[in-house]
Design a protein around this ligand. Structure first.
Ligand code: 9HK
Ligand code: ZN
Length: 259
């Protein structure tokens, strides 16, 4: 049952950041489908990724991160709710210790076992990712839910590198990958203004949450749980439950691209 309360003890990172004082646009949130407002002015998302911009995969102690060369406009997203060009910087995931929880966003309180975040920064307004993180309209993050189902071959090419990045700060070369293979074919999405879900929790993110999940197998989810939060030589702590608790919607409306 994916409605189980998530009574997990939080990784230190999220303990202190379960709510930011004064934050009015924090993420993640529960997306109540019936309260979202269809916006006919929302355009289709325009996503164009060049697989040769893929650089490396590493364990940053919170998740595994696949990073891209963002010195050119070769891998970008625009359209949808976005009024600027956003360059792909990295993608990472959030997941649970078991399949009953793991995603950051929820839909009508339904929790998914994992969630993919594709992180982009506004290259029309800012000079680099580090600057954009701190600024209004600085980032666009596409969220994709994962659900249990068939084997995902393209995700498997990422998972196959896990033995080389088991511990914090381990890095491996990963030089050809198209992250659009990790997205569902259905164009429908929700969008709202929110924040980073890890420190510095800045309210700089236009969230674009795909309505349809992608399918992965139990073994593929279990592979995520073979990673460690800790560095080599430290007492091992399995990398699981690296999601932030739900935050209040406050004075925000979630828009949908579909009726
Ligand atoms: N989970 S999420 O909201 O999509 C998210 C997106 C990007 C990041 C990456 C990141 C955010 C901030 C910093 N920093 O301030 O050094 C470094 C990396 C962290 C978290
Ligand atoms: Zn994330």
């Amino acid at each position: 049952c994916s409605y189980k309360l998530r009574n997990v003890e939080l990784h230190p990172l999220w303990q202190s950041s379960s709510s930011v004082t004064g934050g009015t646009k924090q993420s993640p949130i529960d997306i109540q489908a019936r309260s979202s407002v269809f916006d006919p002015k929302l355009k289709p998302l325009s996503i164009c990724y060049d697989p040769t911009t893929c650089l490396q995969i590493w364990n940053n102690g919170y998740s595994f991160v696949v990073e891209f060369d963002d010195t050119t406009e070769n891998s970008v997203v625009t359209g949808g709710p976005l009024n600027n060009n956003f360059r792909l910087k990295q993608f990472h995931f959030h997941w649970g210790a078991i399949n009953d929880w793991g995603s950051e966003h929820t839909v009508d309180s339904k929790v998914f076992p994992a969630e993919l975040h594709l992180v982009h920064w506004n290259s029309d307004l800012y000079k680099c990712f580090e600057e954009a993180i701190m600024e209004e309209n600085g980032l666009a993050v596409i969220g994709v839910f994962l659900k249990l189902g068939t084997h995902h071959p393209e995700l498997q090419s990422v998972i196959d590198l896990f033995p080389s990045i088991k511990y914090k700060d381990a890095v491996a070369a990963f030089t050809y990958f198209d992250p659009s293979t990790l997205m569902p074919s259905c164009p429908d999405y929700w969008t709202y203004d929110g924040s980073l879900t890890t420190p510095p929790l800045t309210e700089s993110v236009t969230w674009i949450i795909k309505k349809k999940p992608i399918e992965v197998t139990q073994n593929q989810l279990a592979a995520f749980r073979s990673l460690f939060f800790t560095s080599i030589g430290e007492e091992e702590k399995k990398m699981v439950d690296n999601f932030r608790p739900l935050q209040p919607l406050m004075d925000r409306t979630v828009r949908s691209s579909f009726r």
